[in-house]
Design a protein around this ligand. Sequence first.
Ligand code: NIG
Ligand code: FE
Length: 414
Amino acid sequence: MKTLFTDISRLIGISNAVKFGSAMNQLESLENAYLLVENGCILDFGKMENTPESDAIISLGNREVLPGFVDSHTHTVFAVPREEEFVMRIKGASYEEIAKAGGGILNSARKLRAISEDELFNRAKERVQKMILNGTTTLEIKSGYGLSVDAEIKMLRVVKRLKAAFPITIRATFLGAHAFPEIFKERKDDYVELVIKDMLPTIIAEELADHIDVFCENGFFSQEQATKVIQGGRKYGLPAKIHGNQLGYSGGVQVAVSNECWSVDHLEFTREEEWNLLLDSFKSDFGGTLPVALPGVSYFLGLPYAEGRKMIEKGLPLVLATDFNPGSSPVHSLQMVMSLACTQMKLTPEEAFHAITVNAAAALRLTDSVGSLAKGCRADFLVMKSENSLAKMPYFVGQNQVESVFVNGEKFIS
Ligand code: NIG
Ligand code: FE
């Protein structure tokens, strides 16, 4: 069955080539266009004067159409928000101080252990629903609020259920190495062993993870421990992503590049040395380590913003993600992330758009199926409320510019 979507004022994002440096500012679009969909995938697109034969026709009423957004870094499965810590920070406590006193990630871990898998699933499901209505049609979700074999598995089972409950593409990342539980405070290497020897094999046996991740930061996992975790995952064929350079120059970029991680995320603290390493990684066969900036964290924790402007000028393929989580970024909208990237990091709307579509798909190695409207990709697309929607998204701060969301060629109804 072929469905023809007609009357598209501008079809934006029609190639799945990763955008490096100055290419991030160059839009690939077609005006006055149609989109032909078969079996949930894009069969063709073209100008309205050349519309092909089809079984059904749906007019999109002269609206702009964009590819569905790709959120390549989130912690969407959590028990409850942490607004009490937010208030503590307003009154002067720092994120690190709260974490050291047993709050932060450990607070989320305690809360998560106290609720059932069903309840955790129901709460996450509501969040995913909202994210889709804001344009996200590909979503990565991490574990990391379990920190024990049972609780990490509980989280990843919830992600597996979310995969089945929604038509969008969801990818699961095992982040057992997110923080050290209280009882391992004095024997951190034992916790690393638990992650590698106990958690990983169980997760692999149940096919619960698509990637592995580790928080490589001063006060969290050292470069050596992070390397062990990544290599532990590699033994089972799990590709790695990494949290690094959030609170300081943690060496996260060095660990990521030397271990062929698909992305290194956060990057609030980077300089020339790190940018050059990232650039060089694209000369290797594994496809390079993509830099993922998370401006929601800088906004919410008052940290410096990642130097996205400079990274683009260096020629890097920048990615933006929400990092949606209850501690450092309670931001679920990639449109809000675009706004922060444009106003604070000085990205153009075109650059920010590529950073949440095709480049974000590359951070998940999914450019063949999502992140653009190239032929053969999934028909995941957004019908926008108004013209010039790329600039309107960052401009109308906090407003949703997406009129309707199509996933696999079907309108998403919440
Ligand atoms: O990506 N940096 C580490 N992990 C999360 C925050 C987790 C939390 O505070 O709950 C992040 O920012
Ligand atoms: Fe994160």
